[in-house]
Write a protein of this length. Structure first.
Length: 275
């Protein structure tokens, strides 16, 4: 199983890197619609929709993405702000109180709030800096891998036993340490290349930002685990050998990237909203 997991991950990574650095922006938007389609279909199936309705929801999600791409330019910041409110306020309450949210309309809307801002963030952050997007996603990937291996080796105390029994506090600490080291390495390389003039001055804000991304990645993972638990499913699907479904691969990104896009691309709006 582990070898199949690594084979799938490496294949996906190779294809992702080629698209990230070689495709024009319009083609990148089209390619990033693929996880949106499959993720939306899996969300609908986990919500108890029929296969026909799930396919319709996936197509409807693409239609929403097209509308945002063509005419939503002035509202990107507001979309990220709504996603940030969801992930920093609604999602923690959702998990804390064990909400089930069985109403179909609310499930449809919450699915769009989870998936569409991610798709948009993948476009906007890539337009801002393809390398920056890769480094940001690296935080999520490193956290996920470190949590898995650390938890498997040292895990004793459950992080959220009622939501995801396999996750442990030891795994979370291991992941936090890993992303902290990752941040120090990136700052060191940036300083060596002359991209950062004062690494010490960047240390605290960079660490705080990366720790927020790490927290959000854990939250996104737990949120998807809760949705699967309500549906009585171990995985969101069987699309990716050794990994489950599309949502199983992008769950942490759904929370981390839209909030990061708001901070990195629309910091002034965030400041006004907080004040």
């Amino acid at each position: 199983m582990l070898s199949k997991r690594w084979a799938t991950a490496l294949s996906l990574l190779a294809g992702f890197l080629a698209c990230l650095f070689l495709l024009p922006q319009s083609w990148w938007a089209l390619v990033m619609a693929v996880p949106l389609i499959f993720g939306a279909r899996e969300w609908a199936r986990l919500s108890g929709f029929s296969a026909f309705t799930a396919n319709g929801y996936a197509l409807g999600s693409v239609a929403m993405a097209v509308l945002i791409y063509r005419w939503g330019g002035p509202y990107h910041a507001q979309i990220y702000l709504a996603a940030t409110a969801f992930w920093l306020v609604v999602a923690p309450l959702w998990l804390a109180f064990g909400w089930r949210l069985q109403q179909p309309l609310l499930r449809v809307l919450s699915g769009w709030l989870v998936l569409l801002p991610l798709w948009l963030a993948l476009l906007d952050l890539r337009a801002y800096s393809a390398l920056g997007l890769l480094l940001l996603m690296g935080v999520v990937w490193i956290a996920d891998s470190a949590a898995y291996f650390t938890g498997k080796r040292f895990g004793r105390r459950k992080l959220a036993a009622q939501i995801s029994p396999g996750k442990t506090w030891e795994g979370a600490v291991g992941a936090w340490l890993a992303v902290t080291v990752y941040t120090l390495i990136i700052l060191g390389v940036a300083a060596a290349w002359g991209r950062v003039q004062s690494p010490a001055g960047w240390l605290l804000p960079s660490a705080l930002f990366v720790w927020l991304v790490f927290y959000l990645s854990v939250l996104g993972d737990l949120f998807e685990s809760w949705i699967k638990r309500l549906a009585g499913a171990k995985d969101s699907g069987n699309l990716l050998p050794g990994h489950g479904g599309m949502l199983d691969r992008i769950d942490a990104l759904t929370s981390a990237l839209p909030v990061s896009a708001l901070i990195l691309l629309h910091g002034q709006l965030l400041t006004r909203a907080l004040i």
